[in-house]
Ligand binder design. Structure first.
Ligand SMILES: Cc1cc2nc3c(=O)[nH]c(=O)nc-3n(C[C@H](O)[C@H](O)[C@H](O)COP(=O)(O)OP(=O)(O)OC[C@H]3O[C@@H](n4cnc5c(N)ncnc54)[C@H](O)[C@@H]3O)c2cc1C
Length: 456
């Protein structure tokens, strides 16, 4: 006989790991199914839970930014991932940047030590027919399960394409050509968190020409319909560097290669263009090229990126790549508890639920875990206040226009506007408006958690 209250979480990524932790915290048992290391995705490298597949940054931790607000709320709700991030933090300016290996090892160890979580290393090929299910298999959900989800949701799977940045071995950087600095000297601890590779105008022009002429990698997603149809819809917030370069000869200088706020100590001035390198590990033995996600052939990447001053002899530990992203049409399919409208025992979390980004995936994992636990107890949690970042993410997922749906990162425009009078008073001060929005959100979250402490 099956147990219709048994909770199954599919995928031990950022969302699934957080969901399992929250369910266990509420006193219920769950099974966490993960196909790695038996079956890898195109982006994961280990068998660890909550592996970060690209950047090691959980975005801004600068007070009164939208990403900071989301993290504040998650910390207040006891997020395992945010706790692990604090423990494994590396310098990253205003961002919460972690040692990716230690981060996922800390989460794996916590889940393995939790008696209420059973981790099963197996690929799930279809949504279990019984029990309560949290689908958190991410943007690279394996094919058979993705086909089953498409069949169950009755919608076509939707794809767009992201790309990942290369990583260089720190010992192969020519330190006589690069300098350490944070933009406008802004660093959480007053340090100089980035290595900067300054370029003169001729160096930039040579680099740009090489980039524009470089050969693209074959799409490893050739089975996909969009590629076959010659339509490759990129995600605007994560464009490949060569795609940005195609938009104009100066576009990179105003984007990932902008030199502003970075005084070159040798000239005392800003360079013509800059490539920033961000520390990857606590040992500082590798750096990623910030914003240099790309889709060039690996040999071409090496040739072109070695034109960057300081990287002439760089050894690349990982090259940039393009990948698939799978997500459902949330506003059409999900309730405000992240359940399928058509089958309320099935919850969605993480990137596949229609959000974008590490922290947003953690957030929906945390919430889906809590919603699923309440559902198992035959209860329903009170709605999250709309003023909070978490409440606003859920609101976006369930209220965006389904016809033009695109996954979103948390941003102030997802949060409700201030009261008209306050908004008018602060109309010339954007920063003060953000402070107010954050203050209101944190107060609403504290009130919610205070009022519903017993239920969550
Ligand atoms: C290549 C790439 C780069 C990205 N870069 C960034 C970035 O730099 N910054 C950022 O904020 N966001 C980035 N994202 C977007 C997103 O934040 C991450 O994908 C994030 O990991 C999503 O979390 P998740 O829990 O939804 O999925 P994941 O963390 O991918 O977890 C899903 C898990 O499910 C497992 N799984 C899949 N199918 C099955 C199955 N059938 N059975 C069992 N297990 C299964 C996978 O092995 C994986 O462990 C990137 C995405 C990709 C793909």
């Amino acid at each position: 006989m099956h147990n219709d209250k048994e909770i199954h979480i599919l995928g031990a990524g950022l969302a699934g790991s957080e969901a399992a932790w929250q369910i266990a915290r509420s006193g219920l048992a769950c099974v966490l199914h993960e196909m790695r290391p038996n079956r890898q995705t195109k982006a994961h490298k280990t068998g660890d839970c909550a592996e970060l597949v690209c950047s090691n940054s959980l975005k801004s931790d600068s007070p009164n930014t939208a990403s900071w607000l989301l993290k504040v709320e998650l910390r207040r709700m006891g997020s395992l991932a945010l706790r692990a991030a604090e423990q494994t933090r590396v310098p990253g300016g205003h961002a919460l940047t972690v040692d990716r290996e230690l981060f996922s090892k800390a989460i794996t160890a916590a889940l393995e030590a939790e008696p209420l979580v059973e981790i099963r290393r197996e690929e799930v090929r279809e949504v279990p027919a019984n029990g309560i299910v949290v689908v958190a298999t991410g943007p690279l959900t394996s094919g058979t399960l993705a086909a089953d989800i498409a069949r169950r949701t009755g919608s076509e799977r939707l794809y767009f394409y992201d790309s990942i940045s290369p990583i260089v071995d720190a010992s192969t950087i020519d330190h006589s050509k690069v300098f350490a600095a944070s933009r406008y000297g802004k660093s959480l601890d007053g340090g100089e968190d980035y290595l900067n590779c300054p370029m003169t105008k001729p160096e930039y022009e040579t680099f740009l020409d090489a980039l524009l002429a470089a050969e693209s990698a074959d799409a490893h997603i050739e089975d996909d319909m969009a590629i076959r149809a010659g339509k490759v819809p990129f995600f605007e917030a994560c464009l490949p560097v060569e795609e940005i370069a195609r938009r104009g000869r100066d576009t990179l200088r105003f984007g990932p290669m902008k030199p502003v706020g970075l005084d070159d100590p040798r000239t005392g001035r800003w360079a013509y263009a800059i490539v920033q390198l961000r520390q990857e590990t606590q040992r500082a033995d590798s750096y990623n090229l910030v914003g240099f996600q790309n889709h060039m052939k690996f040999g071409e990447q090496q040739r072109v990126l070695r034109l960057i001053p300081g990287l002439e002899n760089a050894e690349f530990l990982r090259f940039g790549q393009m990948h698939r992203n799978t997500y459902i049409n949330a506003p059409e399919l999900l309730t405000a508890e992240l359940q399928l409208k058509a089958d309320e025992r099935v919850f969605f979390a993480g990137q596949i639920s229609g959000v974008e980004g590490y922290v947003e995936s953690i957030a929906t994992g945390l919430l889906a875990g809590r919603f699923a636990a309440a559902y198992a107890r035959g209860e329903r949690l009170a709605d999250l206040p709309r003023e909070t970042a978490c409440g606003s993410l859920i609101h976006y997922l369930t209220h965006a226009d389904p016809k033009r749906y695109q996954p979103a990162n948390i941003a102030f425009d997802l949060l409700p506007q201030l009261e008209p009078e306050l908004k008018r008073k602060l109309r010339h001060d954007r920063k003060a408006r953000h402070v107010e929005v954050c203050r209101r959100a944190v107060a609403a979250m504290d009130e919610y958690l205070g009022a519903h402490a017993a239920a969550v």
